[in-house]
Write a protein that binds this ligand. Structure first.
Ligand code: NAD
Length: 408
């Protein structure tokens, strides 16, 4: 038998950093030790051996809390092999770190250990975490919230919202497919013909478009709706059909986010999509409003119109819910329909999620790291940093957040 020759990834020789004592020190937490907001284990990590290797090569020093990559498939040994120092008691090292990179929010006690002027990076959920963000500012830390990275072409490589939402789109279809008591593709056999499943996707942003593509690849008939009509063409280019609903002027913000509908428009939308929902085997809702609670799109009464055993996935279950009766972190039976509300969707494919997130973080550091001076250049005139740096030198610096906090 011929031996399969898998391509070999060669290790890169690490150059000795020229100026060891001036190296920017990044600390990476093992977030599986602190359960996520639904008390589940966080499986993702903010660096991979590959991204760490590139950061070390640039002259940064990386300290990683032992076991941080294990649940996404990376052993401590792999990190050590590329020059990362792996330690078991991270608290001792936090105070000397220049930058703490995380997937989620570090705990108050970890933040309290950080030195004045240090940078903390992660999904800080700033619109809904006012006390935490204000306390980060008071501690004189600079906070970079990955949710606030502008959705521009230049920032695409750092866009963690998009990387995790794409995976979420895929995961939601896979979860729905595994619960549905049928199959997604058409199957013609001597024992009969099974018709393709009907999948309705509400919200065709990053996650919705990926869900459409995934359901199409699995052979389903796909229908989609979004209040931003500009996405109709994208839906159709993926092989989906766009449901046209006339609810009057909708539009989008200058950043491409959906505008909130009036009460009358909401009622019209729910009415117009009722038949499509009743006729679907799977409905996936991905509608979000940036910085605000997501809209409720499906009532319990509408769920009752679906065939028993149908599946609805509520992407927004953890942030308020698109579907009445969905429960964060759980799959519930509502009027005979399985409603999946897991949340933190990209964790279900933790290795892919970690690979993408670690690349986002690497690209962010790389973009602003000055190799001559060995410093992270916090240039707040730059449009990317102007967007995602939300606390600096003792204050909350983002206007959108300040307005939200004042209104709270
Ligand atoms: P999002 O997560 O904020 O919302 C998801 C989708 O839900 C959106 O398409 C939104 O229009 C839709 N929605 C809101 N209310 C709805 C309702 N009542 N019914 C149906 N749908 C509803 O969006 P996102 O995926 O983060 O994308 C936001 C914007 O950013 C989009 O314009 C997207 O194209 C853009 N984007 C740009 C880049 C880039 O240029 N680098 C990268 C990613 C996203």
């Amino acid at each position: 038998m011929n031996k399969i020759a898998w391509p070999v990834t060669k290790g890169v020789m690490l150059e000795e950093p020229t100026n060891k004592e001036k190296r920017v020190k990044i600390i990476v937490l093992n977030e599986s030790k602190t359960p996520d907001p639904l008390n589940k284990v966080e499986k993702r990590c903010a660096v991979t051996p590959s991204s760490a290797q590139r950061l070390v090569k640039k002259g940064l020093s990386i300290t990683l809390e032992a076991g941080a990559g294990l649940l996404s498939g990376y052993s401590d040994k792999e990190y050590e092999g590329v020059g990362v120092s792996v330690i078991s008691d991270v608290n001792e090292s936090i105070s000397s770190a220049d930058m703490l990179v995380a997937v989620n929010k570090p705990s108050e006690s970890q933040l309290a250990l950080m030195k004045k002027g240090a940078i903390v990076v992660g999904h800080l959920d700033p619109f809904f975490q006012q006390p935490l963000i204000e306390s980060i500012a008071q501690k004189q830390l600079t906070a970079i919230s990955v949710e606030m990275i502008p959705r521009s072409s230049r920032a695409q490589k750092m866009d963690a919202l998009s990387s995790q939402a794409s995976l979420a789109g895929y995961v939601m279809v896979m979860q729905a497919a595994s619960l549905l008591p049928s199959i997604l593709p058409m199957m013609m056999t001597p024992s009969g013909t099974i018709k393709p499943a009907k999948v309705f996707i509400i919200g065709a942003g990053v996650a919705g478009l990926q869900a459409i593509a995934t359901a199409k690849r699995l052979g389903a008939n796909v229908l989609a709706y979004d209040t931003r009509e500009v996405v109709a063409e994208q839906v159709e280019s993926l092989g989906g059909k766009f449901l046209k609903i006339d609810i009057g002027e909708t539009g989008q913000t200058k950043d491409g986010y959906a505008k909130e509908l009036t009460e009358e428009q909401k009622a019209k939308q729910q009415e117009a999509q009722r038949d499509a929902i009743a006729d679907s085997d799977i409905v996936i809702t991905t509608a979000q409003l940036f910085g605000r609670k997501p809209p409720v799109l499906i009532s319990k009464d509408t769920l009752a119109l679906m065939k028993p055993g149908s599946v609805v996935v509520d992407m927004a279950a953890t942030s308020g819910g698109n579907v009445e009766g969905s429960e964060p972190g759980k799959t519930t039976l509502v009027n005979g329909v399985n409603v999946i509300g897991d949340g933190y969707w990209s964790q279900f494919v933790a290795r892919a999620a970690t690979d993408m997130y670690a690349n986002n973080i690497y690209n962010l550091v790389d973009e602003f790291f000055d190799t001559e001076t060995n410093t992270f250049n916090l240039n707040l005139e730059d449009d990317i940093l102007a967007g995602c740096v939300i606390t600096h030198q003792g204050s909350v610096t983002n206007d959108m957040l300040l307005t939200t906090y004042k209104g709270a």
